[in-house]
Ligand binder design. Structure first.
Ligand SMILES: *[C@@H]1O[C@H](CO)[C@@H](O)[C@H](O)[C@H]1NC(C)=O
Ligand SMILES: *[C@@H]1O[C@H](CO)[C@@H](O)[C@H](O)[C@H]1NC(C)=O
Length: 450
């Protein structure tokens, strides 16, 4: 027992060194990852002609307000206040040292003018748009190379009005990859809190090549049948902390990524130091996901206190042949699942390829994944762990997991776990997982985690 406790502490210090200084606080939070800012310089969108009547196009007001922040910079940065009202606008770029502050009942609403939507270059780690070759529609709120940006307020709304984009996807008329609601590229010291994100055309919050990003107290909503509306996708980013949020969308709630096949391998930028805690939500796909684009590698992820209901897969590590990338030191604990198709899935055959140029010998490496304290009711299948014959998954350690299955009509028991090309251990897991996992959690098999 003592050894167990000691190694939990060790695990904390290896997984999230940036947390160790605040680990003594009663409730562990993301505080401290991004320095706090007070902005004494404040402007309002109405100073720049903004009209919140839901009809007037406010693109110039946003661009001019942000131009003013960028070019007449004030010590400590500037807060841009959005008063109550509905501000229709085209996409716009944020700038450094700014706070975008949405009052209660303020809505920043995207136009549905898809024909005039600006394009940006593909991300080098993807080599092309995620859905279509070539460039991508710029995210609704966009930032590249920024420092010190806060998006916050009194739970105002950023509304992507994504239904026109979802229809284009359904009708296969998209020319380029749909825009995310917010994408920040190459940026640092970002806080997104107390905002409601609604109906993103594509992924909701996408920090890529970023560090020190905090997302907390957000609500993210999109219909369950809206395509690819992932909640938060930290991508080739480090020191990202996501907590105390409600996410209910049409795709993965949180998915940690790092680039796609040969492009991601060449770019070689991993995601690491990712903390995800106290997330509640629902999705037809995954609750907490690693992947499937993980070619730069994903290391040191801690997910805890996750509550999922009506979910496809509770915890999902997904990669593929051709993807390369090292996925390791993933620790997931204290998960409650209600009505899930699958509790836990770790698989090496998920997701498509950008083109035929992927290297069929680029095998992903998946090791040291610890999942503990998982409780589920109405879980159709408890688990599936399928490694690759040429690259078996190792150090997969499960403990204290109870996934009460549903017995299908005509069967005597719920479907068993399925395992192949995997090694590791399991302890107090019900239903019993599989003989590939030994029944004792020894330091040799589960070194970092137990
Ligand atoms: C916004 O940023 C993108 C990508 O950095 C850039 O291509 C575009 O020109 C910028 N748009 C404006 C209006 O500044
Ligand atoms: C905003 O929403 C968050 C998350 O639901 C909640 O914790 C917070 O109290 C709300 N804040 C305000 C000002 O209503």
């Amino acid at each position: 027992m003592l050894r167990f406790v000691v190694s939990i502490l060790l695990c904390f210090s290896t997984i999230a060194p940036f947390l160790s200084s605040i680990a003594i606080a009663e409730l562990i939070t993301c505080s401290g990852i991004v320095p706090m800012r007070y902005r004494s310089d404040k402007i309002s969108i109405t100073d720049f002609g903004g009209v919140g009547d839901g009809r007037t196009l406010n693109t110039n007001a946003f661009r001019e307000a942000i131009y003013r922040i960028q070019h007449l910079s004030r010590r400590g940065g500037t807060l841009l206040y959005i008063p109550p009202g509905v501000y229709l606008t085209e996409s716009f770029n944020l700038t450094s040292h700014m706070t975008l502050y949405l009052a209660r009942d303020a809505v920043i609403k995207a136009t549905q003018d898809t024909g005039n939507w600006p394009l940006v270059a593909p991300l080098p780690s993807y080599g092309r748009g995620r859905e279509r070759p070539g460039g991508r529609y710029m995210s609704f709120l966009h930032g590249d190379g920024l420092r010190d940006v806060v998006i916050t307020g009194e739970n105002g709304t950023i509304d992507g009005q994504g239904d026109v984009w979802w229809d284009m996807w359904r009708q296969r008329t998209l020319q380029f990859t749909r825009p995310s609601l917010i994408e920040l590229v190459n940026s640092k010291n970002i806080v997104i809190s107390n905002v409601l994100f609604r109906n993103s055309p594509f992924w909701n919050i996408h920090p890529v090549y970023c560090s020190n990003v905090v997302v907390r107290y957000v609500t993210i909503l999109a219909p369950a049948d809206s395509p690819n509306t992932d909640g938060i996708d930290p991508d080739s980013s480090s020191h990202v902390c996501i907590e105390d949020s409600y996410i209910s969308t049409g795709d993965d709630l949180v998915a940690v990524k790092s680039g796609w096949d040969e492009y991601g391998i060449a770019y070689g930028r991993r995601s690491f130091g990712i903390t995800i805690r106290r997330i509640t939500g629902s999705s037809p796909f995954s609750g907490i996901a690693i992947g499937s684009e993980t070619s730069g590698g994903v290391e040191n992820v801690l997910a805890e206190h996750i509550h999922l209901y009506k979910v496809g897969v509770g915890i999902h590590v997904k990669t593929n042949i051709g993807r390369g990338g090292l996925i390791r030191n993933i620790s997931v604990s204290d998960v409650y699942l209600e009505n899930a198709r699958k509790g836990i899935k770790i698989a090496g055959d998920v997701g498509d390829h950008p083109d035929n140029g992927f290297n069929p010998n680029a095998f992903p490496v998946v090791k040291d994944i610890a999942i503990k304290n998982v409780w589920g009711v109405n879980v159709l299948q408890a688990g599936l762990i399928q490694g690759l014959r040429s690259s078996p998954f190792t150090g997969i350690c499960l403990s204290n997991i109870n996934l009460a299955g549903v017995t299908p009509k005509g069967s005597r028991s719920p479907p068993p776990w399925k395992c192949s090309d995997v090694s590791g251990a399991s302890h107090q897991v019900s239903p019993w997982p599989c003989s590939e996992l030994t029944s004792t959690l020894s330091i040799d098999t589960c070194s970092t985690h137990f």
